[in-house]
Structure formats: structure tokens, C-alpha cells
Design a protein around this ligand. Structure first.
Ligand code: F3S
Ligand code: F3S
Length: 105
């Protein structure tokens, strides 16, 4: 699947959501996350993110490698809801992301 990395933190542009044909990009507390089992690898989200936060998982830059697992961990409790719109915002982030200093502005 594709994953979302650190540039999304505290930015949450959400242009990516409009492009996803399977509605698998979910909103957490400080960033958005791609449900790895629901993503069909269409790649439509990647070019529209204005801060280049989205990567095919194998192409994730080394300094953001922890975000590959973060996009898995975010769904440990949620599972595979089958659509982000009906779920809405979930006030959770994996601990290392929740602990980041403010990133935007
Ligand atoms: Fe985040 Fe970029 Fe989407 S900032 S919400 S990954 S468009
Ligand atoms: Fe959706 Fe992006 Fe995957 S548009 S299907 S999250 S590659």
C-alpha cells in the first residue's frame, strides 16, 4: 500500500481524500493514515498532496520509515472499517507521532 509520512503532521491538507476511489484515508489526531488492507495501490493520492507526504511504502524515505508501521498501528483498534467518511475523525495517533513537537506554522 501507500503510506502517509511526517509532512502531513499538523498540516492535514486533505486533498488526498478527494482522490481516493475506495475512501481508505482516515483522519487521526495530527495526521491522516491509509488503511493498508483497503488501499488498492491506485496511486491517485500521491501527486495531489501539496507537502509530498504520501509514498508507496517501499519508496518511503529512510528518515520516515517509522511511518510505514504507523499507518498499520493506527488501525490496530479500528480494523478495516470499509470507508473513512462514515468513521470520521479518530482522536488517536501512534505514540511517537502524538509526542512530536508542533510541526505546522
Ligand atoms: Fe496529509 Fe497531504 Fe493528505 S497533507 S491529509 S497527506 S493531502
Ligand atoms: Fe487510495 Fe491512495 Fe491507496 S488514492 S487506494 S490511498 S494509493
Amino acid at each position: 500500500p501507500y503510506i502517509i509520512a511526517e509532512p502531513c503532521v499538523d498540516v492535514k491538507d486533505k486533498a488526498c481524500i478527494e482522490e481516493c476511489p475506495v475512501d481508505c484515508i482516515y483522519e487521526g489526531g495530527r495526521m491522516l493514515y491509509i488503511q493498508p488492507d483497503e488501499c488498492v495501490d491506485c496511486g491517485a493520492c500521491e501527486p495531489v498532496c501539496p507537502v509530498e507526504a504520501i509514498f508507496y511504502e517501499d519508496d518511503t524515505p529512510d528518515q520516515w520509515s517509522g511511518y510505514v508501521n504507523a499507518n498499520v498501528e493506527f488501525f490496530d483498534d479500528l480494523g478495516s472499517p470499509g470507508g473513512a467518511t462514515k468513521v470520521g475523525k479518530v482522536d488517536f495517533d501512534p505514540p511517537f507521532i502524538a509526542a512530536l513537537p508542533p510541526m505546522a506554522g
